[in-house]
Write a protein that binds this ligand. Sequence first.
Ligand code: ZN
Length: 211
Amino acid sequence: MDRGEPVEAERVPCPRCRKGGVVPVMYGYPHFTDELQEALRGRRLVLGGCVPREERWACTACGTKYLEEPVPGARPGDFVLGVPVEVDVLRDGRRTRGLVTVRRRDPWTVAFRLRGSDDGPRIAAQGDDLFAAFQQLSRAAARVGVRLLVNGSRRDAHRCPPGSPGAERDVAFLTSGDATAPILGPADPDLLGTPEEQDRAHAAWRAGSGT
Ligand SMILES: [Zn+2]
């Protein structure tokens, strides 16, 4: 046993605290065998308690539990299911911060609230794919004076063609060839459009490209 350092280096950093690594969770009453104690000492495993939960992964530092293993080398706006992503928003024209959480898939469920505000709007939306759910969220947010400054709000954004890399979680930009980016990645306010503008732009693009 080499005290676990090489393994440590390969762990995906915790998206929330960036201090710990994300490792498997073990549920139930553990038998404290030598192997288990070694794994706990080496921070290759965390104990999740007696009652099994859906989350299979957890951070060794802050203890945040994850439904799925976070992606290494995450880009701005990449998300882990159930973990809020902090984004810039315009609220009644003023820039502030909000939290978007992709709660689950099937159906894709997205939630929004303002950061550090208990009395602000809380919005949830669903869709058959993430882009559809996000468009629903955008419509509901616009009704309470909030615009999200993210790629999913760009007027040239659309769902990625199925089968392309990141298809489920990224958006494609009609104006820049085959470029794709995380739906919650930051976007300039000048680029924003409504869901209706997005759909019109996509229809025009399809007509123009003959597909
Ligand atoms: Zn953490």
